[in-house]
Design a protein around this ligand. Sequence first.
Ligand code: AMP
Ligand code: ZN
Length: 116
Amino acid sequence: MKVDCIFCKIVAGELPSQQFYQDELVTAFQDISAQAPVHVLIVPNQHFNDLGEMGDAQAEILGRIVQVAGQIAAREGIASEGWRLVTNIGKNGGQEVFHTHFHLLGGRPLGPLLSR
Ligand code: AMP
Ligand code: ZN
């Protein structure tokens, strides 16, 4: 656990969150500033600054994140209409919280991948 990391604190239950899922590898919780009817963040329980720090050694964690995203999409009733799974990395990626997280977004048409 990185002491000054808000997502580490959420994983540990030291900061409140609306939790969707937790197991030994990953945690999923509501984004505090939702940009779609479904906006869930899925994070590894272990601290990594971003996806660029994760690789083969984290294959199980990354696989679990993708699997949990699909489960939550199904549970939230957005699987058939479609959804998006996004991770931002670094300055150009627009990353604001430096603990790897994937945004699961859906519940409305999400528009183009990038704003112009
Ligand atoms: P990113 O720009 O990819 O780093 O996204 C960071 C996301 O974390 C944003 O969508 C924020 O709304 C969200 N966020 C920041 N603080 C919290 C928090 N305490 N609980 C839930 N989501 C948060
Ligand atoms: Zn962290």
